[in-house]
Design a protein around this ligand. Structure first.
Ligand code: CTP
Length: 413
């Protein structure tokens, strides 16, 4: 990350003090940081301490004409590789979404031609306010990247919920992903063909409790589902990722909903509709324990039977749902033999448009591994894709989805 230049726009909120640590950590990554502070931000941290950490002049509302001659706002916003807005307050987000340019921070954000990463932080009510949510959806459609907010305790007493500034390592990880993507940018990616679309992805395994300490699980790592969420976001989509327990980092630009069981996953998926595309990459446990006692089950020396009942089929519930069915429903078929035939059967049975069929037999190394050999099964037949990384499968699948949506929109017009 050598020589990457960050323009940090510090908004006026209680979380502004965390920017001091953010600056330090960005500099540890050998990034050059210039900071701009709103008038309100200077009430929370002093420009002097920010300047001490960046080692650069800090630009505030109060900068005078001499500074303007020294470095104009256009140059300031474009000499960076990435703009980070942290904390992105409700007011700053509203200004950005509305295209206002009435102070230095909003002017820079309007004038830039560089990617922007916003790390919102505000009171949970303000975050959940429809106006803020509208502004965030607009900014996502415009290509602004988001990290956080996280859920938890707020600075105000007795206030908890979504609105905490993402942790500094999360902001750094999101920044690095965006900077890395910009390097390998392809014309299709810059075209953001999924802008304005909502893509819903399920990923990971589910855990089904047997008692408070034991559960039924499977070997899914979530790598393929998470890669799809990341690829969709990189192509401009607003992404909701509903994931079972995984050890992977969140894809930076996705809204992540963490669940444990199949039933929780179904609820989260239904609450996240409508979507333009739903991709079911989760390895949902087919069964759950018929009863999961609240006390730990004790050994008794005798054989013990575990009664299992079938879990709801999430893909089928959405694929066959006439009211909220997304225009494109994609399922995965994990098979250990007769891969394509089983996938074609599942496509019809579950009401999916496409099935991505893959061989998950132990010798394939797919489960937990980094690459995948898939077959795309659609109503028109089967396409065999060459072996490729899970990232490439994800990007290719999302580009196909973008093309499919473009054609259906064009046909409808
Ligand atoms: N799926 C789902 N909900 C379930 C089971 C599966 O949404 N309860 C989805 C998976 O996310 C995947 C597709 O259905 O997109 C097929 O999953 P797979 O495990 O291959 O199929 P199953 O229906 O579980 O069939 P089987 O295990 O009997 O092969």
């Amino acid at each position: 990350m050598k020589e990457r230049r960050i323009l940090l726009v510090i908004g006026g909120g209680i979380a502004a003090y965390k920017c001091l640590d953010l600056v330090r950590r960005l500099r540890d990554e050998e990034m050059r940081v210039r900071a701009v502070m709103t008038r309100a931000a200077a009430e929370f941290v002093t420009p002097l301490s920010v300047a001490a950490l960046t080692g650069e002049k800090v630009f505030t509302e109060l900068f005078d004409l001499d500074d303007e001659h020294e470095i104009g706002h256009i140059r300031l916003s474009r000499e960076a590789d990435l703009l980070i807005v942290a904390p992105a307050t409700a007011d700053l987000l509203a200004k950005m979404a509305g295209g206002h340019a009435n102070d230095l921070a909003s002017t820079l954000l309007m004038a830039t031609d560089k990617p922007v990463l916003a790390a919102p932080a505000m009171n949970p009510r303000m975050w959940l306010n429809p106006a803020t949510q509208r502004n965030v959806a607009q900014l996502e459609a415009d290509g602004v990247h988001f990290v956080g907010p996280n859920t938890g305790e707020m600075a105000e007493r007795d206030e908890a919920g979504p609105g905490r500034l993402a942790e500094v390592p999360e902001i750094i990880a999101a920044a690095k992903t965006i900077l890395a993507e910009r390097r390998s940018v392809t014309p299709l990616r810059t075209g953001r063909p999924l802008a304005g679309r909502h893509i819903l992805v399920t990923s990971g395994p589910t855990h089904e409790p047997i008692d408070p300490v034991r559960y039924i699980a499977n070997r899914s790592s979530g790598k393929q589902g998470h890669a799809i969420a990341a690829a969709a976001a990189a192509l401009g989509a607003r992404v909701t990722l509903v994931t079972g327990p995984v050890t992977l980092p969140d894809p930076p630009q996705a809204r992540v909903i963490r669940v444990e069981t199949a039933e929780e996953m179904l609820r989260a998926v239904q609450q996240s509709l409508p979507a333009d595309v739903a991709v079911f990459a989760a390895a949902v446990a087919d069964w759950r324990a018929a009863a999961a006692p609240s006390e730990k089950i004790k050994k008794s020396g005798a054989t013990r039977a575990l009664e299992l009942v079938e879990n709801p089929d999430i893909l089928a519930a959405v694929g066959k749902e006439p009211a909220q069915r997304p225009p494109l429903v994609i399922g995965f078929a994990a098979e250990t033999g007769d891969v394509v035939a089983y996938a074609a059967k599942k496509r019809k049975a579950k009401g999916a448009d496409w099935m991505v069929a893959n061989d998950v037999s132990p010798q394939s190394g797919v489960l937990g591994g980094d690459s995948n050999t898939v077959h795309l099964v659609t109503a028109n037949g089967v396409e065999d894709w060459p072996p490729m990384s899970k990232q490439d499968v994800a990007e290719r699948l999302m580009l196909r989805a973008a093309e499919h949506l473009r054609r259906s929109t064009a046909a409808a017009e």
